[in-house]
Design a protein around this ligand. Structure first.
Ligand SMILES: NC(=O)c1ccc[n+]([C@@H]2O[C@H](COP(=O)([O-])OP(=O)(O)OC[C@H]3O[C@@H](n4cnc5c(N)ncnc54)[C@H](O)[C@@H]3O)[C@@H](O)[C@H]2O)c1
Length: 353
């Protein structure tokens, strides 16, 4: 029996309906001796009553700030701006180790309070493979939105939905023209999701991964109607598309969905736009004649909060049951220590727990 006290917090971002632990997995945690407190949250896709029925304690939204010191606070996305000092152990996506805006400020808050960040992005096995990720649903949505746009059926603003409802809109209608699709990064999580959505839409896309882009054929790329980029770039490679490629005579490409969304990064393989799109305005026209539309939304899985939460929670559950300072969690801790050092923060202070 573990003595872990987990505190599932309300997400500060109002559009975030996902959760890292769904009620069925909350029950498994409780059955295994984990004390689980769940904050009330008006937008979470699962009602608080389901957590209560699973044996969890209920606490008001945002009350993690006064949680017992030994509680491990669990969430997905950013913390609210207060308090200035973070005293607890936190598990969430901190986006704080690659020089992102706000990274230094977040680490400083941890150092000031003596708290610790276990960043979910770095929860990985000993080969570096991530253990819990939302990639599949990002790719699924990316391809689904691209197909809907291509068929003239994408409606804005986008709102969270369910896979069944989405799939209904994806089924090809009798008067839908055939199109050719391309998925790059096709062997990864997002790539597999994109392929699955194309299949639901009745399309069989060309699939490229590392082997097919090593000697990149941009003409072949531009000969597809719809392209979904789902690569995880770890070192700079020649861009898949450059500005001048968009004006290639005979370009067939009409709809481009960048699931990767590395805009502004030196690793960006699609330096043909300079800002992401969003739920209110999901599509930006990059060229008029012939048209080329871009979709580059960086929070795609939030559009399918139920399915993406269930998958993520199932992947995270065994690791929560095994929470500690060795194995994957130990590696998260090492990465946190390294980031603190890189920012010249007092490690001793921030690692007392
Ligand atoms: N937009 C969103 O909402 C959203 C959500 C989740 C993840 N993502 C992003 O999606 C990307 C993919 O994530 P994932 O979980 O699928 O990663 P993954 O590691 O499972 O898969 C990435 C794939 O890209 C391939 N790849 C890498 N470099 C390549 C290249 N130069 N040419 C061709 N293929 C290449 C890899 O071989 C791998 O198959 C990441 O950048 C991630 O941050 C975006």
């Amino acid at each position: 029996m573990t003595e872990l006290h987990l505190w599932l917090r309300h997400e500060a971002r109002t559009t975030e309906r996902r959760t890292p632990v769904v009620p069925d997995d909350a029950r498994r945690l409780v059955e295994n001796g984990v004390e689980l407190t769940v904050e009330e949250s008006p937008q979470r896709v699962f009602p608080i009553e389901e957590y209560q029925a699973a044996g969890c304690r209920v606490a008001p939204a945002g009350s993690w700030v006064t949680a017992p010191p030994d509680a491990v606070v669990l969430g997905l996305k950013e913390l609210p701006g207060e308090p200035a000092e973070l005293t607890h152990r936190h598990i969430f996506f901190g986006h704080a180790y690659k020089g992102q805006p706000g990274a230094a400020g977040l680490l400083r808050r941890f150092a000031a309070g003596g708290g610790t960040l276990f960043d979910l992005e770095y929860l990985a096995d000993d080969t570096g493979r991530r253990l819990a990720a939302f990639g599949f649903w990002a790719g699924y949505l990316g391809a689904a939105l691209a197909v809907l746009q291509h068929r003239g059926r994408l409606r804005a603003p986008l709102v969270p939905t369910t896979k069944d409802a989405l799939d209904e809109t994806l089924k090809p209608a009798a008067d839908d023209a055939d199109f050719t699709g391309l998925v790059i990064g096709a062997l990864g999580r997002s790539g597999r999701g994109a392929r699955a959505a194309f299949a639901t839409a009745g399309a069989d896309p060309t699939c490229w991964d590392l082997a097919e882009t090593r000697d990149l054929d941009r003409r072949a790329l531009l000969a597809h109607d719809v392209m979904v980029n789902a690569v995880l770039a770890t070192s700079p490679v020649p861009p898949f598309l450059r500005e001048q490629d968009l004006d290639t005579p005979g370009r067939r490409l009409r709809t481009l969905c960048d699931v990767t969304c590395d805009v502004g990064s030196p690793l960006n393989v699609l330096p043909v736009y300079d800002d992401t799109t969003d739920w209110d305005e999901p599509v930006r026209r990059l060229r008029e004649e012939p048209p080329l539309d871009l979709i580059a939304i960086d929070n795609l899985p939030s559009l399918l909060p139920l399915e993406s939460s269930a998958d993520f929670s199932a992947a995270l559950l065994p690791h929560l049951l095994d929470f500690g300072v060795s194995g994957p969690w130990g590696r998260c801790l090492d990465r946190f220590r390294q980031a603190c050092r890189e920012h010249g923060l007092d490690e001793e202070e921030s690692l007392d727990h």
